[in-house]
Design a protein around this ligand. Sequence first.
Ligand SMILES: Cc1cc2nc3c(=O)[nH]c(=O)nc-3n(C[C@H](O)[C@H](O)[C@H](O)COP(=O)(O)OP(=O)(O)OC[C@H]3O[C@@H](n4cnc5c(N)ncnc54)[C@H](O)[C@@H]3O)c2cc1C
Length: 291
Amino acid sequence: MKPAPFDYCCPDSVEEAVQLLAANVGEAKIMAGGQSLGPMLNFRVVRPGLVVDVSRILELDFVRERKDGGLSVGALTRHRVLETSRLVARCFPIIPDIMQHVAHLAIRNRGTIGGSLSHADPAAELPMLVRLLDAEIVARSTQGERTVSAHDFFVGPLSTVLEDDELVVRIELPGMRHNGWAFEEFARRAGDFALSACGVLVRLEEDCVRDVRVAMMGVGDTPLRRSEAEAALKGEVLSDAVIERAVQAACEGLEPRQDLHASPEFRRHLSAVLVRRCIRRARERALSVNH
Ligand SMILES: Cc1cc2nc3c(=O)[nH]c(=O)nc-3n(C[C@H](O)[C@H](O)[C@H](O)COP(=O)(O)OP(=O)(O)OC[C@H]3O[C@@H](n4cnc5c(N)ncnc54)[C@H](O)[C@@H]3O)c2cc1C
């Protein structure tokens, strides 16, 4: 199919883009990498009167280190940059590992972090990553900037708190002193959206968990943090029994959807396997750094 007719403009500054959005509320749709919007236009799932192509706004394409060791990432940063940047790998080695699982190379060359977060697919890796990293998402409109925590940003499948006239401009990833990390996902074929995935960051000091984060995706309407699992791990030595308690806590109360690809029972089982693998792998990494 072909898209319904639309007008097109390609601003080269954020200011120009937000003016266009404000003047066309309800009519305009932002396009960044076009990797999700393109198919939605072609299938006529969306029929905007105006497409505002932000892909040439150079001021949105950056990755900078923050004073706290974290990163400030422009909304137009491509998936491929997050996968290959040395700076990103130094600050958060989990990011390149996660990015290899996002779609196929051609899509990673075009897709952007701002587009992926705004699209809010519950089976997409970047929304889970920003939950895991306690990120803040900064959006601009003609009214100014507003900052939303990743915790509050996602409200449902393909749904966020963004208003029609808001453009995501950057993502703040605060530094976290962690020495262990792991990401595990299961997809039917390489490049497919995952059936389930898990990410873990941990700081072990003298073999004891000082700080830990556990996030999951594909098992709810939005990416999830599993605070009960984090509580089960904090302050503990990571024995197999402690890990098992955390796995139970992470999976308790999960209500994955039934779809063509997997039953809720299968996704729950899969999730437990992935969380267990993730915590063990993060423990191995932290211990190999500490000893
Ligand atoms: C075959 C295929 C497989 C895929 N597999 C995966 C996968 O395994 N994992 C995964 O995570 N993703 C996957 N994707 C999606 C891919 O990562 C997309 O690139 C991404 O979801 C959207 O990024 P984009 O820059 O292309 O956004 P676009 O397609 O340009 O836009 C997507 C949505 O976000 C809005 N938007 C874009 N930028 C902004 C902004 N700065 N501010 C506000 N709103 C904005 C648009 O209006 C639109 O509604 C896949 C896509 C395809 C086609």
